[in-house]
Design a protein around this ligand. Structure first.
Ligand SMILES: NC(=O)c1ccc[n+]([C@@H]2O[C@H](COP(=O)([O-])OP(=O)(O)OC[C@H]3O[C@@H](n4cnc5c(N)ncnc54)[C@H](OP(=O)(O)O)[C@@H]3O)[C@@H](O)[C@H]2O)c1
Length: 302
């Protein structure tokens, strides 16, 4: 193990509000993604050698010094890439890439609103959205306005301004990983025929809602398409998409490795942390206000 990202999704998992893992009981090892170097090969594994650098999205189990992975799920990490930056691409940036290009299939010039724009996925959505030629707005607390501008978007202070009123006519696409008020206002902010891509429910987790409540929010998204106005809404899950299209996951992650290698994008690592700092990292994720990803680098001494 060389690097493993810590993300808000780990908080969701720890609180048993993540459908895939909600039945797991402690103790279990957390850790959603991993960049590592092959130390041993299982019988019959072909195409890899000891020392190769690889990545995988494991959902749990990667905040560890060593772990076992299935060869057919690995993506090669190009030599020379910073391991912490590479780790940020696995869950966070692949989510952003697939939201833009697989779920919403955005087109140059579209007007797009990103919630939680200073957050991990939000920053990736802005950076990749800019490359795709989108016209971007991002909600964040006021203190993050400069960062949002630096990422090429118009900031909206969600504590002061009403994002539904920002754009007369409405947005083509809204990406919402927060789910404040069960996505209602995000849907209201769309133009006629616009698309809401929901992908998270941080607000529900913060408010200690039950899993059932969030599942109802998600189910309701699919009923809204019958409302007048021609708007659509859907929920994106990286795991559901990987299960249906495993090739897309590898292809998109490889594309992101290339984008970083050529300098087209630069993921922001807030801090590299050691094992002793994981509990504190969870507190920091819950407190909010981070401007990049926390990445566990097991070789780091506190
Ligand atoms: N469906 C999927 O496949 C998938 C994949 C990845 C992540 N997710 C989910 O997507 C969500 C975002 O992930 P992330 O890693 O980007 O999290 P993050 O780094 O914590 O970013 C979220 C941002 O949202 C803002 N925020 C938090 N609570 C808010 C609230 N109540 N109202 C308005 N804004 C709020 C914060 O902005 P400020 O600091 O500016 O306040 C924070 O920076 C999480 O729920 C995560 O579990 C889903």
């Amino acid at each position: 193990m060389l690097a493993s990202g810590l993300e808000y999704t780990d908080v969701v998992i720890r609180r048993h509000l993540y459908p895939q893992t909600m039945r797991r009981r402690l103790p279990f090892v957390m850790g959603y993604d991993v960049v590592g170097e092959i130390d041993q090969l299982g019988d019959g594994v072909r195409g890899f050698q000891i020392g190769d650098r690889v990545a995988d999205m494991t959902v749990v189990g990667s905040n560890a010094a060593y772990r076992t992975l299935r060869a057919d799920r690995l993506t090669r990490v190009p030599v020379g890439l910073d391991v912490a930056e590479a780790a940020t691409l696995i869950l966070t940036w692949t989510t952003a890439y697939q939201l833009l290009h697989r779920a919403a299939r955005v087109r140059r010039g579209q007007r797009v609103l990103v919630h939680g724009a200073a957050g991990a996925v939000g920053q990736a959505l802005l950076a990749l959205g800019r490359l795709a030629g989108l016209d971007l707005w991002g909600t964040a607390r006021g203190a993050h306005a400069a960062l949002i501008r630096e990422l090429g978007a118009t900031p909206i202070d969600y504590q002061r301004d009403d994002f539904v009123r920002v754009l007369a006519g409405g947005f083509d696409v809204v990406f919402d990983g927060i789910g404040e008020d069960g996505y209602r206002r995000s849907f209201a902010a769309l133009k006629h025929g616009g698309l809401l891509c929901a992908y998270g429910y941080s607000a529900g987790v913060q408010a200690q809602r039950r899993m059932l409540t969030m599942l109802i929010w998600i189910a309701r998204l699919y009923l809204w398409r019958w409302l007048p106005g021609g708007k659509r809404a859907r929920f994106y899950s990286i795991n559901a998409m990987r299960a249906r299209h495993p090739g897309w996951f590898r292809e998109d992650l490889q594309r992101l490795f290339e984008l970083v290698a050529t300098g087209a994008v630069r993921p922001r690592v807030a801090e590299r942390i050691s094992f002793d700092e994981i509990a504190e990292a969870h507190r920091r994720l819950e407190a909010g206000g981070l401007q990049g990803k926390l990445v566990l680098c097991p070789d780091l001494k506190r």
